[in-house]
Design a protein around this ligand. Structure first.
Ligand SMILES: NC(=O)c1ccc[n+]([C@@H]2O[C@H](COP(=O)([O-])OP(=O)(O)OC[C@H]3O[C@@H](n4cnc5c(N)ncnc54)[C@H](O)[C@@H]3O)[C@@H](O)[C@H]2O)c1
Length: 259
C-alpha cells in the first residue's frame, strides 16, 4: 500500500506500544519515519527490526525527550536532513500519572504535565514553522478517552489529556488557512506496556485484565495497530478536510450510558 508515499513523518515515543505501531504502519504505507524516543537504545533496536522486516524502509532513530524543547527541534532538523521537509508529526509520547488529588506531590503534577501536555506543545511548535511556511502538514496528537471522561483516582492524567484536545482545536484553527491540519486520536484501552504495568499494580493482575475486557462492548481491548491505521488515515491525503477534530478509537466504550 502507498497511502503515505513520499511523506516524511516523526513519531514521538515510538520505541514501543502505540507509537511503535504508528511508525510501522507509516513505513508500510511508504512514509520515511523518525522514531523520536527518550530511550535511544530501544529506538535504535526497533529501527533495526523495522529495516529487517521492511527492506528499503527509510527509518531513523533520534534520541528525543519531549519535555526538552531543544531535543524535539533537533529531531526535526535530523529528520529533514535525512529525508527532506517534514509532512507529519505525531505527538504520541505520554505517561500515566494516576494519583489522589490531595495527596499527589508537586513532582507528580509536573512530571505528568511536562510529558503529556508540554511535550505535545513542544512537538507542535517544532513542527509548525516549516509546515506553515510550506503551507502543508498534518499534526496528530494522541489524546485519550480520559480527555472526555473522568475515572476517580486517575488524577492528573485526564487534566493533561483534556488539555491535549484544547491544544489540538486551538492550533487546528490558528493554522487552518495556512494548510496545516491538527487532529487528535483518543484511544480507549489499548494493550501496551502502559496498560500491562497498570494491571500488574493491582492485587490480582489476571482478574484486573479480565475485568477490563468485560467492560468493553467488543469484550476485548484494542491493539496498537488499530490506532496505527487511524493515524495513517489522518496523515494521508484521504483526510484533507478533517481538522481540529478528534477520532475516538475505543470499541464504542465511551458511547455506553454506564458500565
Ligand atoms: N495504552 C492505552 O490504553 C492508551 C490509552 C489512551 C491513550 N494512550 C496514550 O497513547 C500514548 C502511547 O501510550 P502507550 O500505551 O503506547 O505507552 P508505552 O508506555 O507503551 O509507550 C510510551 C513510549 O513513550 C516513550 N516516552 C515516555 N516519555 C517520553 C519522553 N519524555 N520523550 C520521548 N519519549 C517518551 C517511552 O519510552 C515509550 O517508548 C500515550 O500518550 C498514552 O497516554 C494510551
Amino acid at each position: 500500500m502507498n497511502r503515505l508515499d513520499g511523506k516524511v513523518a516523526i513519531v514521538t515515543g515510538a520505541g514501543q506500544g502505540i507509537g511503535a505501531a504508528i511508525a510501522r504502519a507509516f513505513l508500510r504505507e511508504g512514509a520515511a519515519v523518525t522514531l523520536a524516543e527518550r530511550n535511544g537504545a530501544q529506538a535504535e533496536a526497533y529501527a533495526q527490526t523495522l529495516r529487517n522486516e521492511l527492506p528499503g524502509a527509510r527509518v531513523l532513530a533520534v534520541q528525543t525527550d519531549v519535555t526538552e524543547r531543544a531535543t524535539v527541534e533537533h529531531a526535526v532538523a535530523e529528520t529533514e536532513r535525512a529525508f527532506g521537509p517534514l509532512d507529519v508529526f505525531v505527538n504520541n509520547a505520554g505517561i500515566n500519572v494516576f494519583r489522589d488529588p490531595l495527596t499527589m506531590t508537586d513532582e507528580d503534577w509536573k512530571r505528568c504535565f511536562s510529558v503529556d501536555l508540554d511535550g505535545v506543545w513542544n512537538g507542535c511548535r517544532a513542527a509548525l514553522p516549516g509546515m506553515v511556511e510550506r503551507r502543508r502538514g498534518s499534526i496528530i496528537n494522541i489524546a485519550s478517552t480520559h480527555s472526555f471522561k473522568i475515572i476517580p483516582g486517575c488524577f492528573p492524567y485526564p487534566v493533561a489529556k483534556h488539555g491535549v484536545i484544547g491544544l489540538t482545536r486551538a492550533l487546528g484553527i490558528e493554522y487552518a488557512a495556512q494548510g496545516v491540519r491538527v487532529n487528535a486520536i483518543a484511544p480507549g484501552y489499548i494493550e501496551t506496556q502502559l496498560v500491562i504495568d497498570y494491571w500488574n499494580e493491582q492485587a490480582d493482575p489476571q482478574a484486573a485484565r479480565e475485568a477490563t475486557y468485560a467492560l468493553q462492548p467488543p469484550k476485548r481491548i484494542g491493539k496498537p495497530e488499530e490506532v496505527g491505521m487511524t493515524a495513517v488515515f489522518l496523515a494521508s491525503d484521504e483526510a484533507t478536510f478533517i481538522n481540529a477534530s478528534t477520532i475516538t478509537v475505543d470499541g464504542g466504550r465511551s458511547a455506553l450510558y454506564h458500565d
